[in-house]
Write a new protein. Structure first.
Length: 668
């Protein structure tokens, strides 16, 4: 019975242990999946490498020991998020670029210079697929089946990194390489083609000066494949057929063939690797479809720079650039570019042209320009004068009189006008507004004749407004300025003279008066429009022009601004420009303050001038023919809907049988 109880206890303990292990495994698996499912954004601009190491440590929860020689700046451009595992590979690549490597030491990872890492405890691999490609420093053991280790070592020596090590071990026919794993993967791919069955075959490396290594390998492969297909073989064709591998970084061709075939292949490569005669493939003509040849030529010519020094970074291929020897000329008649450049430089230029020679969107802009001038005035007052002739002594006469002039800028302005008209025998010239007065014989004061008994009362209120309205509409291309002007040319006299024959002459100049609008649109990808606006409204100042001897005075309103607006939305620019108010009261002291009767001895004048300028803009983006056709039909319908039966001829005929032509349907 005791034995049976012990057995029950043991079974119970084992079950509990199994449950604990299953839960632990599930928890670890969930945590690992959670970490794997995490995505982060890595985007650094010129940050210290120590900051980047700390970021990776917190992200991956790994412990790092950093050598004091690990210094530098890091710049990483990553537009999209990546997983934590990918982030660690990026971290290893950054260290490799800066000449550092990671070495695992128990629970910590050492970060040291790459030359020192070769002698440390780095990971050693035997199988090819042990790791995914990355820039981690590893030692790879490569057993060779047919190739000679020393020959492969000599072949791979130029292909490994500067701080890497490559060794050959003859007893086991093995190659030992210490390098970043991404480069080892490349070498293994080359070795897979080279290390094949071949009797009397040898490895040769041929450097190319003019031809491209990849294209040369493709050509040689086609030639020898056709040759072996015609000749009967006792062994499989792939066993003895020459093998070719292109190393694009050094622009070399690796050859695996027999000695006799190698000689023939090298001779063939020598004939093919020739410089193309100058002038035959340096001149290229590119016909543009959308861009303007003259403008694009100026842009491309600004790209010409001096050739930079060769990069010292191993394993990095330099991209071709545009040198000073490149010549680009625009042909206006055919809208094409004539480019004189080497092949690699032309390919760079051609790629840029294709990205710039694209159809540009258009913008149809509806404008409403409104200027409102409001002029209000109020005048109330009275002028009077009284006087007569008297005599004193036997033969001496004198005039006696008095009056109130109203206190204006010109004394007795209303009465003097009436008196002058009466003296000339004309009709009375009463002042503006309501006038009431009495007039008698004339007297002369200060050289001006007045009615002997004269008085005039004036009451005047002015309420005037002027509206200037313009609705220009214009169509322009993205980033192209559009200009519309509505107005007239006003002549004015600038000079008057007499010739030697006593003939008089006048010289005139002309001044533009009206509304001018300049708009430059810039369209973004989300159809937001940036509008650079220059608006000018000019009109004649009638009051000033009447007093300047036919030389016009103009009033100018200018708006210069830049706005951002959505497609088909309306924006208003402007507002109150000028608002002036004036009030003046003139009176005789004490007498002018008498209630009611005081208006005989005082005058009141008030005035207000106000100017408002508004500009309403509604842009419409046109990206394709369908949008242009829709807008065209809309505007055509607006014109057709006008009631022109009584105002004039119809602009468009709706009947197809009518012979009167309509606007051309320019959108097909």
């Amino acid at each position: 019975m005791k034995s049976y109880c012990n057995t029950q206890k043991n079974i119970l303990c084992i079950c509990c242990l199994i449950i604990v292990l299953i839960l632990s495994f599930s928890l670890c698996h969930a945590q690992s999946n959670g970490k794997a499912d995490r995505y982060v954004s890595i985007d650094f601009n010129d940050v210290d490498i120590s900051v980047f190491i700390k970021f990776i440590s917190e992200l991956t929860e790994k412990n790092f020991v950093v050598d004091q020689r690990v210094k530098g700046k890091v710049t990483i451009i990553s537009p999209s998020k990546i997983s934590v595992e990918e982030a660690y590979k990026v971290f290893e690549s950054v260290l490799e670029v800066h000449g550092f490597a990671t070495v695992q030491a128990g629970e910590i990872i050492k970060i040291i210079p790459s030359p020192d890492a070769r002698s440390k405890n780095i990971e050693t691999l035997i199988r090819q697929e042990s790791l995914s490609p990355g820039d981690k420093l590893v030692t790879q053991l490569i057993p060779l089946r047919y190739a000679d280790p020393n020959e492969i070592k000599r072949l791979f020596a130029p292909m490994v990194s500067r701080n890497s090590v490559i060794l050959s071990y003859m007893p086991t026919n093995m190659l030992i390489i210490t390098d970043v794993y991404s480069n080892i993967k490349r070498l293994l791919k080359i070795l897979k083609t080279i290390d094949v069955v071949g009797v009397g075959q040898e490895i040769s490396v041929v450097s190319l000066e003019n031809a491209d290594a990849a294209k040369m390998v493709q050509l040689l492969g086609s030639v020898f494949q056709a040759k072996t297909a015609r000749v009967p073989q006792k062994t499989p064709a792939s066993a003895n057929r020459p093998q070719f591998v292109a190393d694009e970084r050094t622009n070399t061709v690796v050859i695996l063939a027999s000695e006799d075939e190698t000689v023939k292949i090298k001779e063939l490569i020598k004939r093919l690797d020739r410089d193309i005669p100058k002038g035959k493939e340096k001149i290229h003509v590119y016909y543009l479809e959308n861009a303007t040849a003259e403008e694009l030529a100026k842009t491309l010519q600004s790209l010409s720079t001096k050739q930079p020094a060769a990069s010292k970074t191993p394993g990095k291929k330099e991209s071709p650039i545009v040198s000073d020897s490149v010549q680009i000329t625009a042909d206006k008649a055919t809208n094409s570019l004539i480019i004189m450049a080497e092949k690699e430089e032309y390919l760079v230029i051609e790629d840029i042209i294709k990205k710039l020679d694209i159809p540009r969107s258009m913008v149809y802009i509806e404008c409403l320009i409104m200027e409102v001038d409001v002029n209000k005035g109020f005048n109330l007052g009275m002028e009077w004068i009284a006087g007569g002739k008297t005599s004193y002594g036997s033969d001496k006469d004198a005039w006696v009189g008095g009056g109130w002039s109203g206190g204006g800028d010109t004394a007795y302005s209303n009465l003097s006008g009436i008196a002058s008209a009466a003296a000339l025998g004309g009709s009375m010239l009463l002042p503006q507004g309501f006038s009431l007065g009495v007039f008698g014989e004339t007297i002369e004061i200060g050289g001006v004749k007045f009615q002997n008994v004269g008085a005039v009362a004036q009451a005047f209120k002015k309420d005037a407004s002027t509206h200037i309205l313009s609705t220009p509409q214009l169509l322009t291309t993205d980033n192209e300025e559009a200009v519309v002007t509505v107005g007239k040319n006003i002549p004015y006299q600038t000079k008057t003279g007499t010739t030697s024959t006593s003939e008089s002459y006048n010289t005139y100049e002309y001044k533009d008066v009206g509304i001018s609008l300049k708009v430059t649109p810039q369209i973004s990808k989300d159809r937001m429009i940036r509008l650079a606006i220059e608006m000018e409204s000019t009109k004649l100042d009638q009051a000033a022009s009447a007093s300047t001897d036919e030389r016009p005075t103009t009033l100018k309103r200018t708006v210069n601004t830049t706005v951002i607006i959505n497609d088909k939305n309306t924006i208003v620019i402007g507002g109150l420009i000028d608002d002036s108010f004036s009030e003046s009261e003139n009176k005789i002291p004490c007498l002018g303050d008498i209630p009611g009767l005081g208006w005989l001895f005082k005058s009141l004048s008030r005035g207000r001038e106000k100017t408002d300028l508004y500009v309403f803009l509604t842009p419409h983006v046109i990206e394709n023919a369908d949008e242009a056709s829709t807008l065209y039909q809309k505007k055509k319908g607006e014109i057709d809907s006008l009631d022109n039966d009584e105002k004039g001829i119809k602009l468009y005929k709706k009947n197809d049988d009518d012979l009167m032509p309509s606007l051309p349907d320019f959108i097909e």
